[in-house]
Design a protein around this ligand. Structure first.
Ligand SMILES: NC(=O)c1ccc[n+]([C@@H]2O[C@H](COP(=O)([O-])OP(=O)(O)OC[C@H]3O[C@@H](n4cnc5c(N)ncnc54)[C@H](OP(=O)(O)O)[C@@H]3O)[C@@H](O)[C@H]2O)c1
Length: 362
């Protein structure tokens, strides 16, 4: 039996209230103070993961009690040791690899320091997150009959680990791409990298809303704590893959724009009869891609630091895609704001868009 652990943490204080009921009545600063003092803890045992190739794995969710906002605002000297202790708890439970969930892979150096301070392998899960986000984009584009080669793609958070890898992979299939971020120098570096690698000259922008106004496909994957995209700015018919947790696109989009397709990146069907013994808001048997990467590496017995640091290897993105196929992990359709989107809903969006175009022309 292969063994892994995966670090989770509350995204916000509402999550804390759901897990530790009585705390929700306390003022936010007191709740945050309590979280800082809480030690890492075992959240649940994960059982029933069985690869199509025969291997079995079990694991644990281990909790790092800090919210996303605390992770980015407290000094790294507070946050990183807490992540290391949580990873060490995974090792003590018997895991041979630990995955860094949500902001535990965003803060600091993308897991490098953590990996140097625990006796087991570490992965951020970002390679499989990139792979599945792009699988979702390709699937949605096929259903909406949008040719990637003609599409204008905007990647928001393009200077980050996941965003830059998404842009680099997509550069093989698209001609028009805008890289969006906050720092023009960093954007320029990613753009030059893509030009050398794929021969595509990307535009760069620090204005997300302007960049998406004529984008057919938007991949948004920032580590912002609040939404960064104004729904009103999206082009009608746009396909939007929101990989960020917390989300970059607010629920308001679903309520105000029935002419765009917004889905969550990285929702994966796990093979076997998985029981996470913890509700993170997904249907039974499905997980985030970053969790799935950790399970995959355990099933493969590949106990090595796989996705680490801020620049992903595209070879590893493809390798984890191959491993997913081998072990029976696959994209779990598309989900939008806690609901599954079936093909008929996507096709009806396509029909509505076609009708609007025809009416517009008449
Ligand atoms: N769905 C999944 O399975 C999954 C898996 C892993 C991670 N994630 C999520 O993916 C997101 C990104 O992760 P990552 O590892 O790629 O992070 P990262 O390497 O730190 O990159 C974050 C990107 O967001 C940008 N950014 C940060 N704050 C911003 C703000 N306030 N406004 C606009 N842009 C901002 C950064 O720009 P600068 O360069 O200017 O800092 C950078 O481009 C996180 O939300 C994480 O929780 C999801």
């Amino acid at each position: 039996m292969e063994k892994f652990a995966f670090i989770i943490h509350p995204l916000d204080l509402e999550d804390v209230g759901r897990k530790f009921g009585p705390l929700k009545y306390l003022p936010a600063p007191i709740m945050e103070g309590i979280l800082r003092m809480l030690p890492a803890f075992k959240v649940s045992q994960i059982t029933g993961i069985r690869s199509n190739a025969g291997a079995e794995a079990e694991g644990w969710f281990v909790g790092c009690p800090l919210t996303a906002k605390q992770m980015v605002s407290l000094p790294e000297s507070v946050v990183i040791p807490k992540i290391i202790k949580t990873a060490q708890l995974g090792a003590d439970l018997g895991a041979k690899i630990v995955g860094l969930g949500a902001f535990t892979s965003v803060v600091g150096d993308g897991g490098v320091t953590v990996s140097q301070n625990v006796p087991i392998a570490v992965t951020t899960g970002n390679s499989y997150t990139v792979y599945t986000a792009l699988e979702g984009v390709r699937f949605a584009a096929r259903l909406l009959e949008l040719e990637l080669e003609r599409a204008h793609v905007a990647v928001i958070g393009a200077t980050g680990s996941i965003g830059s890898a998404c842009a680099r992979v997509l550069a093989a299939d698209v001609k028009y791409m805008t890289l969006v971020g906050r720092n023009p120098n960093k954007l320029q570096r990613v753009s030059e990298h893509i030009l050398t690698e794929s021969g595509i000259a990307c535009k760069v922008s620090t204005d997300a809303n302007r960049a998406i106004s004529d984008a057919d496909i938007v991949i948004t994957v920032t580590s912002a704590v609040g939404g960064v995209v104004d729904a009103r700015a999206l082009k009608p018919g746009a396909i939007v893959c929101d990989v960020a947790r917390p989300r970059d696109i607010s629920r308001q989009v679903a309520e105000t724009r029935d002419d765009v397709l917004v889905f969550e990146g990285g929702v994966v069907q796990v093979p076997g009869n998985p029981n996470f013994n913890f509700n993170f808001g997904f249907p039974e048997g499905t997980s985030y891609a970053c969790m799935a990467e950790t399970m995959l590496l355990a099933l493969e017995g590949k106990y090595e630091n796989f996705s680490l640091g801020k620049e992903l290897s595209l070879e590893r993105v493809m390798e984890i895609g191959r491993l997913a196929q081998k072990h029976g992990f696959k994209l779990a359709g598309l989900r939008s704001f806690e609901r599954a989107l079936d093909e008929s809903q996507i096709l009806s969006l396509r029909d509505r868009l076609v009708r609007k175009t025809v009416v517009g022309l008449a």
